[in-house]
Write a protein that binds this ligand. Sequence first.
Ligand code: 5RP
Length: 234
Amino acid sequence: MQQTDIGKKAAGEKAASYIKSGMTVGLGTGSTAYYTIMRIGEMVKAGLEIRAVATSQQSAQLAVEQAIPLVDFDQVEKIDIDIDGADEADTQLQLIKGGGGALLREKIIAAASKEMLVVIDEQKLVKHLGKFPLPVEVTTFGWELTFKHLVALGAHPVLRLKDNNRFVTDNGNYILDCHYQKIHNAPALHTQLNNIPGVVENGLFLDYASRLIIGYHDGTVREITHPYPAKTSF
Ligand code: 5RP
């Protein structure tokens, strides 16, 4: 196993230890959340009783393979705990997500969760957000104009491709990866991006995470917690 995978596994598995029987759990997407889902699968086999909602088709498929009971999001009032990865996180638990293209469902599920736990390996802990290109999900209709808006705002967007074709999200949209290098005012940027017609959502997750679990190459973990300002009032 590579060193980053040791960190991802340590963080992913540690997060699963916060799950208790009776909870509704949000399953994140990506190679770190993978380890959480695999661990939850083991816990379910050992008797843990939960129900889960998935942030992507990829995670839903993994959950089914692991016999984790899945429910549709429309059958869920509130999620007790959401466990997801991130592409960058700072010590204030502000995040860039969407490297795997699942940012929209990830944000909807994070916003419906009482707690969001974020699992990363040590390389993703940064002083300033922005080196990782910020994913912006846009409608396919009129995406060229949305692209021009982003260029005018200095976002340096690049249309995401997969196997030489346009990458299409689970929601049927495109992703424009925006190259900032350093994000100076994340809340202002978040508002600016989401105000552009055609932008569905962007990958800045501000004030969502309540616990950041960082896995290190020696298999240890460090946790940073933050008071969670509830995103929902229902
Ligand atoms: C998917 C995400 C992922 O959580 C993020 O890309 C991290 O993935 P990985 O753990 O594979 O590095 O936001 O949309």
